[in-house]
Design a protein around this ligand. Sequence first.
Ligand SMILES: [Zn+2]
Length: 259
Amino acid sequence: MKPEKQNNKRKVCKFCGETKNNFPNSHVIPHFLLKQCFDPEDKHRASVFRGNSQGGKEGLEQKNKKGNDVDNNLLCHECETIFQQWEGPASKVLYTPDGSQRIHKVERKEDIGLTYEVASALDYPTMKLFILSILWRLSVSTISIAKRVNLGPHEKTIKEILLKKAPGADTTYPIVIYKVIYNNEHPFFYSTAFRYRLESRNCVCIFGGGYMFGVSMSNQHKIPDHFLIFRIKSDGSAMIPYRDAMDFPEIKKLIKTPH
Ligand SMILES: [Zn+2]
């Protein structure tokens, strides 16, 4: 038997638990949420962009540390395929074929002190499993973009949800999709993830592709009111609030020299 190549070592898949070789380079945050953050002149460096009024990109604000966003210790080839089954449909919900942001936009309202859009006909199981799959990857991975997300005991519970492809009630790990804007209207592109507290509850937010996905680490008895109002509901409806990127200190400190 020939010795295995260095890059073809047998490893334990973090998802199915089987020992295999041929581990692909898995994107911890799916690439379609990151591609607008890459410097066109150096594809290995993630960058911060803010949109301009024509819908294009305006200014490379600050180069991030070397943007190594892949982890080849996470998933075997077969499990990577499972995760990709959620990514394709989710990308079609979030973007038009020309790459513009979309949600199934019906109307824009401001009646509760927040600007939001009303979405309908979202595929609740797919969107929920997709966002939980990013959350789980962030918790399991040790690469730099994942260093501030550790779900503790929730990691095992969320893995079970993904393995069974059973998203459960919309009040179990409720999720809010936000549009992240800059100067009131422009989309803002940057990718990061971190934990935060809301109404004394632990939450995780994932930024990418002009969106932010907020997940509450709560059960049905202690959900923050914000998540009760805005969560993706099992009937496929959701209110999509707008959040200004500058409301987040973690984002604000990246923007040092406005153009
Ligand atoms: Zn596997």
